[in-house]
Structure formats: C-alpha cells, structure tokens
Design a protein around this ligand. Sequence first.
Ligand code: SF4
Length: 335
Amino acid sequence: MSKIAIIGAGAAGIETAAVLAKQHDVMLFEKETAPLCNIRNKALLFPDFTSADELADKMIQKLEHPRISLYCGSNITDLQKVQSGWQLTDAAGNRYDSDYVVLATGYEVFDAHKKEELGYGIYPGIITSIDLEKMIREGKITNAIGEAPKSVTFLQCVGSRDEKSGNHYCSKVCCVTAVKQAIEVRKMLPNTTAYVFYMDLRMWGQGFEEMYRTAQEQYGVNFVRGRISEAASTYDQRVQLKAEDTLMGLPLNMNTDLLVLMVGMCASEGTARLAQATGIAGDYHFAQSVSEHLQDNLTKQEGLFLAGACKRPMSIQDTIQDARAAAVTILEQIS
Ligand code: SF4
C-alpha cells in the first residue's frame, strides 16, 4: 500500500481520492477551510440545472473513507522530489512525506478589475458572473440601487480570448454559463429583458445547444454578436454601454440596469506556484501533462500526476471524468 498526497479538495481532488482510497492511503490537502468551495459558490449547474449543493453533498460523502485523511486550511506552498518520493510543505511550515503526489489545484477566475474600461469595482451595477451566481443562490437579483433590474446584459469572454489581458485561450464554460444564468434571470424576473453580447457562442457539450435554443425560444433571451468596449455609470445609477454590433457592423450605445462580466478561468495561484516549483509549468501558468491524447494525467516528473482544471479550463463534468482517469493512471503506474 502506498501513501498518496492529493493537493486540492475540489471536484478533481475528491474524485481522485475516492478511487485511490480503495487500495491506498490518501492525504487530501485543501487550502480553504472546507472542500469544494467553487461548487458551493454556485446555485444550479449547466446544462440540466442540477443543484450545486446536492452534487457537493454527494461528493463530500465520498470522503467518508478510513484511508482518506483530509487536511483543510492547509495551503501546500512547496513540493520537492526527495529520494523516497515527495515532500510537501504547507504555509505553516508543516512537512508531509508521500510516495506519490496528485496536483488537483484547479483554477481561479479572471480578476475583472484588470479590465478597467469595463468598470468593475468602479461603478455600481457592474458585476461578474460569480457575483450574479451568489445573487441567484440567495434568491434575489438586484441592481445598483437594490431594486430588481429591468434589464440585465451579459458580456462574454472577459479575460479570455483577449489580447489585452494576454489570455488567448477560450475558457470553455462561460458561454454556457451565460446562457444558464440568462435563463435563471428570466425565470426569477419574468419582466426583465436579458441580452448576451458574444464573439461566438461555443455550445460544445451535450445539451448545450438545446439550452441555447430554449433560452431564445422559451425565455426570449436576446443574443447580440458584438463587443462592449466601455461601461460607465449614468446619473441615475444605470450602466451605460459603448458597444459594436459586429453582425450589422454598427456602433451601439445602450443603457442597462446590470452588466454581468463573464469572467474566464485562469491557473490558480497554487497551480502556478507548484507547477513552477516542479518544472512542469505550461502555457498561461497551467500545469503541463506529458501528452493531451494518451498521457494527460502524467507529468515529466516521476510520481507526480495531474487531475482536473490545473491543466486547462474544464467543466465540472469533465473534471470528474479526468479525475477518474487520473486515478486509473496512478493505479496502473504504481501497481
Ligand atoms: S467559453 Fe465562450 S465566453 Fe468563455 S472564453 Fe470561450 S467563447 Fe468566450
């Protein structure tokens, strides 16, 4: 029996731990005070509006295994290869030895403050998709003056596919998240108009295209192919947008009550640091696997494996599948 350290108790870390614990001892490290924070911050999940809490509760049950030791509030800041395996050090200076390590350090969302022209943190009424998700969880969507907004406008690709922020990649999940959130807005506030400004809509997953059609046909969500170049407050606390309708080739000025910035996924600070420390850093500070096709859970460092969105943007569904693949890869390698 081996001792395996998994860094990160999100969906990837928990799923990997649950499979590996059938045969090995698992230490699962989480820097936050509880596991699954990213899922717990969501209300409903695309494409079938599954409750995020229900999924999280089911995943937490998987941790009830005698071979899994969960260390919450333990931020692993260093990872070193030693003769007998790996040594992990947390922010408090505690050291842990393990035979193998799985990086499941996930992602963090793009910091919308960096896009000053979009006014996040400067003007009220401009929020991110994470802020809106919180409002949906709490059952109350409000504008800058605490009232139900008459119009909500979503802007795609904030911090992704963006020359200025340096992130050229697509974050993969924000198109479908905008469609899901626009439907939720229309369900909660049937008299509110919803607009989605997009570059192109990437409905790549099962059920996504159907959801997009439902948003248009059943919930009357307006999709505009265009870019918003600037957002600011009006005198009455609405949000003024300067945009371009790229289908018509026309400039567009409009006011909205709430602007939602669909923030993309970036490598988490832990992913970036530990990938750098172990020599497996890839593009945009994500961790690099040996090969995306056949060895996507392996790294060039012996005994160091990858699971989930520490490699690239990934949906929760894909993260769970990838974690299972990681566990199978590890079992093959160490048996
Ligand atoms: S998923 Fe959609 S919104 Fe997100 S970066 Fe890709 S194209 Fe843009």
